[in-house]
Design a protein around this ligand. Structure first.
Ligand SMILES: [Zn+2]
Length: 485
């Protein structure tokens, strides 16, 4: 490995050493370090995410708040696009699925009915000596049996149930009559509104309700960047079906959700199904499958498809005293409590998946020359935070003005960026790292014949295009985009 490459590598990663333990990299022997070249790791993705303004640690100037993250200028654009794509897929493309935005704060009886007060717990042990806190199912069994702390060897407490819901009080009095929870899932907001929506929108079974929103879980261990956090966003769709047809719909939704990721253009060999075993099934579920993605840290859940049966609506009937039965007017007013098939995806987790999936390092040196690695995010153009960057070759001679004009023309249809500082090659690399699929360069020839250079992120190829045809050409390139690397 050439010395300067190591230098480049370190300067690249040390920028964000504030919150990443880089000692793991520093302590690697050279041979192992080389293995990282060209590969995505969580360290590199976390570093890039901060450097380019995708994701920042929450309240970083105070040392950071664990389990919480802030989405920067590129991060919010990416998140909005992922959400928009999901929303279109789940509502606009179905004539029997409607949207909802329920509140985060709900009547506390909701969580008694849903079973969360009783069952939404992790087994917890504390070390009496070093005060570390562990999930009992996450530490070695021999430690648990011997009640010995895996960190310091001190004595562990008995295992106790720890409820993952954030609890607070509403109003000035902090007594048990005023308990309020931050919702641990968005689903219940849909269930309590199911009768409202049937009445207001004349929905007939089968039908679905889709919702995107924040949920909160007091996780004992948050880790892997934005993968497991205390505050996160869910994209859920609850599909109400007649009992007896639930298995059929469950299979149908598994098929549709798999097809969705195909459409997103992610690496399909990085996706797989995982069926929940009896020990994993939630208290309400009859059957459950996860779509797992192969993240740099291994296979992890991305989305779940669950058959929640009539559990939730049945419990809400019982706890609220309101009749939650559906009346089938087309079928002799037959009454039943619908079964629910749920597709539950993490929005912020999807964003991490998209970042990992798009991340690439590519050797672009000409044969015989020194190594030259470029970092590139190969986002689908529909997801890329910036669709097109406009770069004048020089600031002077009217090139900057012409570039600004072109930007204004494109702004209405595309998200654009403008960059006039630094060597053009370096500017291209900056856009590669932000995942910008197209760059438009204005040079001296542009002034003469009205053509500009269109440069493609993935192939790094460049073609000359008449300025008037630029918008149409971009539209066509986006529509026909196929990821090749
Ligand atoms: Zn300890």
């Amino acid at each position: 490995m050439k010395l300067y490459m190591i230098y480049v590598y370190f300067t690249r990663v040390t920028v964000t050493s504030v919150y990443i333990n880089w000692s793991i990299l520093y302590n690697k022997p050279m041979s192992e370090l080389q293995e990282y070249q060209g590969k995505a790791t969580m360290e590199k993705i976390t570093s890039l995410a901060k450097r380019r303004g995708f994701v920042f640690q929450s309240s970083e100037i105070y040392g950071g708040q664990s389990g919480a993250w802030d989405y920067g200028p590129l991060g919010i654009e990416l998140k909005n696009r992922i959400q928009a794509m999901w929303w279109k897929e789940m509502t606009r493309l179905h004539d029997n699925i409607v949207g909802l935005d329920a509140s985060i704060l709900m009547h506390p009886r909701t969580w008694e009915a849903s079973g969360h007060v009783e069952n939404f717990t992790d087994p917890l042990v504390d070390c009496k000596k070093c005060k570390s806190r562990f999930r009992a199912d996450m530490i070695p069994e021999e430690n648990l049996a011997a009640k010995k702390c895996p960190d310091c060897g001190g004595e562990l407490t008995d295992t106790r149930k720890f409820n993952l819901m954030f609890k607070s009080h509403i109003g000035p009095a902090e007594d048990s009559a005023n308990i309020i929870y931050l919702r641990p899932e968005t689903a219940q907001g849909i269930y309590v509104n199911y009768k409202n929506i049937i009445q207001s929108n004349r929905m007939k079974i089968p039908f679905g309700i889709a919702q995107v929103g924040k949920a909160f879980r007091n996780e004992i261990t948050t880790k892997n960047f934005i993968f497991r956090t205390c505050e996160f966003e869910q994209m859920e769709m609850q599909y109400f079906v007649k009992p007896g047809t639930d298995v059929e719909w469950f299979n149908e939704w598994r098929k549709q959700r798999w097809a969705y990721y195909e459409k997103l253009g992610v690496k399909m060999d990085h996706l797989r199904w995982h069926q929940h075993g009896a020990d994993e099934l939630a208290h309400y579920a009859k059957d459950a499958y996860d779509i797992q993605y192969l993240f740099p840290m291994g296979w992890r859940e991305l989305e779940g498809v669950h058959n929640r049966t009539d559990y939730d609506l049945g419990r809400h009937s019982e706890f609220s005293g309101k009749d939650m039965q559906y009346i089938d007017q087309e079928n002799n007013n037959e009454r039943y409590i619908p079964y629910i098939i749920e597709t539950s995806a993490g929005l912020t987790r999807n964003l991490l998946m998209i970042l990992c999936d798009a991340y690439d390092e590519e050797q672009v040196a000409e044969k015989g020359n020194d190594d030259d690695w470029r970092t590139v995010l190969r986002f689908h153009p529909d997801l890329a935070p910036i669709t097109v960057a406009i770069l004048p070759l020089m600031k002077k001679d009217g090139l900057a003005e012409m570039a600004q004009d072109i930007r204004k023309e494109l702004q209405d249809d595309y998200s654009t960026d403008y960059d006039q500082s630094g060597a053009i090659g370096r500017r291209y690399r900056r856009q590669d790292e932000a995942g910008t699929p197209f760059c438009v360069t204005v040079d001296y020839q542009s002034k003469e014949d009205g053509t500009v250079t269109l440069r493609f992120r993935d192939s790094m190829e460049q073609v000359r295009v008449p300025r008037q045809e630029l918008a149409a050409r971009l539209r066509q390139e986006i529509k026909s985009y196929k990821r090749t690397k």
